[in-house]
Design a protein around this ligand. Structure first.
Ligand SMILES: [Ca+2]
Ligand SMILES: [Ca+2]
Ligand SMILES: [Ca+2]
Ligand SMILES: [Ca+2]
Length: 671
């Protein structure tokens, strides 16, 4: 039976290229996890999944090419029964490769796939939207991918659809990855206005933001995306995130011992499948969000056709969402290495739920509380305590819960939707104190998130509470966290051209610097303190090359390839220093101002001259140094700044006051 919404306009999300970026598995932590886990690596084996596709406008096909080598041995079934025989959709094939393809996916052993045409899925093939007598079908699938967007002309239909989707996620623990549009306007209602889904954007933040307004509690202004992945289009990021969810479901299902709640360690869905706490929809979403990278250094950067990095997470107050995320990229870039280890650290119960030994949490882990909110004798606070050690830590925490959609009476499915309002607070409890450090207190979202740098040697309390003023409720939540020790970072490596030639460059990080000139191309800086985002900003400058600037969260030994910049404009008067060997070794005072191009705008820069250095970062761009002259009675004034071409000039003792005018790196020609 087909419902009346059969012709709802749905669009598949665009793809740029059929080629899968080789580096994405490295950038989302998959390669690192594979190397670490070897034969124990989860792969999605045995999982049943759903792929919903919009039909191709010309061929009307929505099936992936089942003969593609990446799908060999997989059972891929057309559940809408109308895809033209012998034809296939390129879009569906490319989504399938990233979701379950043997070569391209991070969940390569998913072997049972149900494919639906989007309108059919919304209607009689699965969701039964607008048919108040029917619930969505009962299927064994655990993860669905939706690389399409849409909207019914009637918001009542949109509301019915998103409530059904939310009911399915919560009732059947059927996880849904939902793509957003490929521009930054407000999202279409379908399916991103649903609460319990995982909405997927892209790392450069060029994706739909926020929610379309439907009837409360499905209000506008809720944070979307939840997560991003390093692709240029959401059609690719969505199946990559769906595959990451599949890996976590695999882990949570296979390792029952991870689920350790004293009251309830599993549930079952309508097909009778056992769902352990570690593979529940809320736990998987929280683990993905807590594990996501708020700072990235992607291998796929800086090719202009591939994604950019996250380097300014929540820096601008305008980008800070009420639920602790960045409105552009949500929780940041999916990192399956982190999320896997959050899950593998196991369930760690609140002190209220397990007061004999509960409440003290490790550096990673999760909790699922099946009964919370004050009603039915449940606890109204979930308390978790921990202490920091020798070094500061970067703490990431995600609280996720589902909106409650009632079944309704037998002839009016779905019933009312209720969003319980939970909040997440972090207190410094050192020496008996109780000082709020950070909190996430959105009134309209169903996740709360923290990303905060914590001091060394302190005691902390992480607390889940319902927001005051609500009637007590009985509901469930998942909390996931990770604490990364901010020990000093050691950076080393080589700096070369694409052709393998060593480059003499300035390497600057955390106020320390060196030249990779002796021997050429080699650099090493150790004991570097981290910035407020937990990362070290490593800047490399060489004349004739574009500056290379990255945020690094771990010690590393890198091979850095510099891109030639060609000619950069010069805003400085050419200098013509005289040769005065008699002045060699004499000390002089030099000074000046570092300025943007030919303006009076100051630039924060590293200023070096004959072994002395300082930063011109006091707001005026000014510098002043006491320096020795070299054997020719000259000095070499070198100025380096983030985003600018290096400015390197020679002067003699008769030119001691020099403005330095900086050309932007973007002004330099690509040769
Ligand atoms: Ca639940
Ligand atoms: Ca628990
Ligand atoms: Ca409880
Ligand atoms: Ca809240």
């Amino acid at each position: 039976m087909r419902s009346s919404i059969h012709h709802l306009p749905v669009l598949f999300l665009s793809f740029c290229c059929g080629i899968v970026l080789a580096g994405y598995k490295d950038d989302i932590g998959y390669t690192r996890l594979l190397v670490e886990q070897g034969a124990k690596m989860p792969d999605g084996n045995g999982l049943h999944v759903t792929q919903v596709e919009s039909e191709d406008a010309t061929s009307l096909a929505y099936m992936p090419d089942v003969k593609d080598a990446q799908f060999t041995g997989k059972l891929i079934t057309d559940r809408s029964y109308t895809s033209p025989g012998g034809l296939f959709s390129n879009h569906a094939t490319n989504v399938g490769k990233l979701f379950y393809g043997t070569g391209s996916s991070i969940a390569p052993s998913i072997d049972t796939v149900s494919v639906y045409e989007a309108n059919g899925w919304l209607g009689g093939d699965y969701l039964q939207a607008t048919n108040s007598r029917l619930k969505p079908d009962t299927v064994p699938d655990r993860i669905a991918n939706h690389s399409w967007i849409g909207s019914a002309s009637d918001d009542a239909v949109n509301l019915d659809i998103v409530k059904r989707v939310d009911w399915i996620v919560d009732n059947d623990e059927f996880i849904k990855a939902v793509g957003l549009s490929n521009n930054t306007s407000t999202n279409s209602p379908l399916l991103s206005a649903a609460f319990n889904v995982i909405t997927a954007g892209v790392t450069d933040g060029v994706n739909g933001r926020s929610t379309a307004p439907l009837a409360a509690p499905y209000v506008s202004g809720r944070t979307r995306p939840d997560l991003v992945a390093p692709f240029a289009y959401t059609s690719k990021s969505t199946p990559a995130i769906a595959a990451a969810a599949a890996l976590l479901v695999d882990v949570g299902h296979t390792t029952a011992s991870l689920s350790r709640d004293p009251v309830e360690t599993s549930t079952s869905n309508r097909t009778g499948s056992i769902i352990y706490n570690a593979e529940r929809s809320e736990v998987v979403k929280a683990a993905l969000m807590a594990g996501a990278d708020r700072v990235t250094d992607n291998s796929t950067n800086p090719d202009p056709n591939t994604p950019k990095d996250i380097t300014d997470y929540r820096v601008d107050p305008a980008n800070r969402s009420a639920n602790g995320l960045d409105v552009r990229v949500g929780a940041g870039q999916v990192n399956i290495y982190n999320s896997f280890h959050i899950l593998m650290a196991g369930e760690q119960n609140s002190v209220e739920d397990e007061n004999a030994s509960g409440g003290i949490i490790g550096s990673r882990g999760f909790d699922y509380d099946p009964f919370f909110g004050g009603a039915g004798g449940s606890n109204t606070t979930g308390s978790y305590t921990f202490s920091t050690g020798t070094y500061p830590v970067m703490m990431t925490a995600a609280l996720a819960w589902n909106i409650d959609v009632a079944d309704g009476n037998p002839l009016s499915f779905p019933g009312a939707a209720t969003l319980y309002d939970m909040d997440l607070h972090l207190y410094d409890e050192t020496a008996g104190g109780h000082v709020l450090v950070e909190q996430s207190v959105s009134a309209i979202d169903n996740t709360e998130n923290l990303w905060v740098r914590l001091d060394a040697g302190k005691d902390y309390l992480l607390e889940v509470r319902p927001k005051a003023g609500q009637a007590s409720f009985q509901w469930d939540y998942a909390l996931a966290w990770q604490m990364t020790v901010l020990d000093p970072v050691d950076l080393s490596g080589t700096i070369k051209t694409a052709g393998g030639q060593d480059i003499c460059a300035l390497v600057l990080a955390s106020g320390h610097y060196m030249f990779s000139c002796n021997p050429a191309g080699i650099f090493s800086l150790s004991g570097l303190p981290r910035g407020s985002n937990g990362a070290v900003k490593r800047q490399i400058y060489a004349q004739g090359f574009f500056p290379k600037i990255d945020f690094l969260t771990n010690s590393s030994n890198e091979s850095v390839v510099m891109t030639p910049s060609g000619n950069c404009p010069s805003y400085n008067t050419p200098s013509s220093p005289g040769v005065y060997p008699g002045s060699a070794g004499k000390y002089i005072d030099i000074s000046g101002t570092v300025l943007l191009q030919d303006t009076q705008t100051p630039v924060c820069a590293l200023v070096l001259a004959n072994g002395q250095q300082m930063f011109s970062c006091n707001g005026t761009g000014s510098y002043a140094l006491h320096i020795p002259l070299d054997i020719n009675g000259q000095y070499k004034l070198q100025v380096y700044a983030d985003g600018f071409a290096p400015a390197i000039q020679r002067f003699d003792e008769f030119s001691t006051n020099n403005p330095v005018r900086m050309a932007r790196a973007t002004e330099c020609q690509i040769p």
